[in-house]
Design a protein around this ligand. Structure first.
Ligand SMILES: Cc1cc2nc3c(=O)[nH]c(=O)nc-3n(C[C@H](O)[C@H](O)[C@H](O)COP(=O)(O)O)c2cc1C
Length: 315
């Protein structure tokens, strides 16, 4: 599993808030002020470096840390962000870091910062006041912080980081996924729409990249009718950190109505005689889920020398 450390410095707290939020998305991870970096932190596999921009520059402490540690840090994969008001100057601001870290930087982004005048020390207050006068800008608070952009950056970094896992070969991974799904029969089907969110424990069958669920109905259909995107979990009971087994599946749900050939086929798959379905006094509905992505955390992969977390994409 690739563990991530988010190293940052922050004068007025915005970069710190960003670092904390990124750490939540990028777990297993920790956030850490650059001055609190310990030797043992070198073992982290993935690094995120965050610095505010003051007077058009990335902070000196960050630059010095990178220069002092370049020998080993250049071999890491690193994502970089700066916190600033002029996010359009992203490349200009991050250029210095690109110069130091070169191709170790796998992703970078400028994220919006905040200037709250009543929080500034007197030197910064005067600097902003004279800057605003010089460029005839109103001397007022500026808030460019956008949690959506922070999340977007976090998800992008997570996806890039996941490209570097030690992968189980595709056919072997698919076999492992299918064995796991066939060895279980109950999942949590998560649906969401403007009406609300719902996690339904329910029995399923798996075949060839699809999951099939028979159900009497209920509120999950309100969500599926409005939004067919679903997330499904299938997992072992927790035993220990050395014996983990669980997957999150992302897919699209469709409803198979009962007067179709496909409905009958699915009943056969579930070893139900279609003629017996009339014995139920209510409609039995089928949800078919086209699996798109499986994120599989499985200790057996780790024991085989691969990353414990594997990702499989279905066509
Ligand atoms: C004195 C001062 C100078 C600044 N200079 C710049 C700048 O050159 N470019 C920019 O985009 N933002 C600039 N900012 C905005 C900061 O980058 C923004 O306030 C950021 O949120 C600070 O991060 P922090 O809260 O983590 O310290 C400046 C802010 C101050 C107070």
């Amino acid at each position: 599993m690739q563990r991530t450390i988010i190293l940052y410095e922050s004068r007025y707290g915005t970069t710190e808030v960003i670092a904390k939020n990124l750490s939540l998305i990028l777990g297993p991870s920790k956030y850490c002020k650059i001055e609190d970096f310990k030797k043992s932190d070198k073992d982290f596999e993935f690094f995120v470096i965050g610095s505010p921009v003051y007077n058009e520059k990335i902070q000196l402490k960050t630059l010095k840390f990178l220069e002092d540690n370049i020998e080993w840090i250049k071999d890491k994969r690193i994502a970089v962000f700066c916190t600033c008001i002029s996010t359009k100057k992203e490349y200009e601001y991050i250029n210095k870091l690109l110069g130091i870290l070169g191709s170790s930087i796998v992703y970078f982004r400028a994220l919006g910062g905040i200037i709250q005048l009543d929080k500034l020390n007197s030197e910064d207050y005067r600097a902003i006041e004279s800057f605003c006068n010089k460029v005839t800008m109103p001397f007022v608070d500026i808030n460019m912080y956008d949690i959506n952009k922070v999340i977007e950056f976090g998800i992008d970094v997570k996806n890039i980081r996941d490209e570097f896992i030690k992968r189980v070969p595709g056919t072997q991974l698919l076999k492992g996924i299918e064995e796991f799904l066939n060895a279980h029969n109950t999942c949590t089907l998560c649906t969401a729409s403007s009406i609300g969110v719902r996690g339904t424990p329910i029995e399923y069958s798996y075949k060839d990249g699809y999951m099939y669920i028979i159900t009497e109905g209920g509120e999950k259909f309100a969500n599926i009718l409005l939004n067919n995107k679903v997330s499904i979990s299938v997992y072992d009971n927790y035993q220990s950190m050395m014996k983990l087994g669980g997957m999150q599946i992302t897919g699209e749900a469709s409803i198979i109505y009962n007067n179709t050939d496909e409905y009958k086929k699915i009943l056969y798959l579930k070893e139900i005689n279609p003629d017996s379905i009339g014995d139920f006094s209510v409609n039995m509905n089928i949800i078919k889920i086209k699996m798109r992505k499986v994120e599989f955390l499985y200790s057996k992969f780790k024991n085989m020398g691969y990353d414990i977390k594997q990702i499989y994409l279905f066509n």
